[in-house]
Ligand binder design. Sequence first.
Ligand code: ZN
Length: 468
Amino acid sequence: MAGYFVNERNPMTAGNQGKPRRIACRIAAVLALSILWMVSFAVRTSRAQASDPKKFHVNSQRLQGTLEKLSEFGRNPEGGVTRTGFSETDMAAREYVIGLMKQAALEVRVDPAGNIFGLRAGSEKLPKLLFGSHIDSVLHGGNFDGDVGSMGAIEVIRALNDGNVKTRHTLEVVIWTNEEGNHFGIGTLGSAVAAGTLGPEILDRKDEQGLTLADWLRRYGQDPSHLTDARIPRGALAAFLELHIEQGPHLDESKIPIGIVQGIVGIRRWQCVVTGFANHAGTTPMNRRKDALAAASRELLVVREVVRAETGHQVGTVGFLRAEPGAINVIPGRAEFPVELRDLEAAKIDRMWERMQARFMQIDKEENVETRCTALDKSDPAHADPALQAAIRDAAKSLGLATMDLPSEAGQDSQEIAKIAPMAMIFVPSRDGISHSPKEFTSWQDVANGAEVLYHAVLLLDDRLNRK
Ligand SMILES: [Zn+2]
């Protein structure tokens, strides 16, 4: 079971290994322990991110246990999971999670979009504090994307129960439906319905088996005709917090345990078509060619150059290049490629795109072709709320955990919820920045750190928000 995770000793549980049986063993053990203590003290004092387990309220082992159990649903041979939204394995995993929520004394309900909510009543009539993530995965995904934030949220509730902690705000844990969107091609589906971005127009979409989204919602026990009832009205939430793995390399590379997300980057995409003239590869002299592929090749390198020319976290990608007619002895007359740009600042994306277009025009002249780009879908950047970011920062600081401010380059449910409520995210490191892969890994210490920061951030916000 645990073998599917990399077997890493959890520093928080080290030392609970069982007692030596004989006196001789005991003396040896005492000696060895003293040496170990000295070594570990030196290591501890040299590692800024190491934390004192005594301060922790979340139970790291219990959290690890739920993550390991969750990893059994849809486990793939590579050790990760394939648990796409709207699938039998997702359905089984959801049942497991609902059971956990009930064990944690949460009042469970599922909305018409399939989002699972677990409520813990507060002492005052205030907007709810919502936190959680998603448990669906990509095809051949890992065991941490979404799962850490989902199990982390439930662990926070269990820790509050353990300490008999009462809150002013009603707390609610959420598991959003179909975040990855591998099924039906609609990502952040549950949160987008909750935010009012998606509506009944999605219900007739069919999957490869010919089942509609409405069919699947019925299988999830929902009445699709009530889909819009899943909308969360503005003002109903005091805040939404999401704990998530970074999925990029910045925290791991800098050995910083906690990321404070500034926002989720905006994405803009274009489809570019280069029109030249298909002609004989032997008889057309080099100076008379209108080679669409040669021009497109220069243009896709321009994308990289322009993006790299500015400082910051912005990224730009050309995902493919197609040429026609695609014969070895014909000069390509048509080439097609997409451009995707991501950044936290919409103005920066616009600026980079203008520069690219100017360079494309220049290349068109030199290559005697014509490039036309049309805008595809776009999503606006979603900025995290400063007061929520401050609570995460204070929470991490109180635990002696170093933080880094960074954007989320990946799409998130939080970007949808940002449309209806203040939002913030806590990131924990992804080893080598790998995600959407069975090799995805976050150490148990980092998982526990993230959950503990969430615990404190929830309590800080419960105290700070909606004061008269
Ligand atoms: Zn995710």
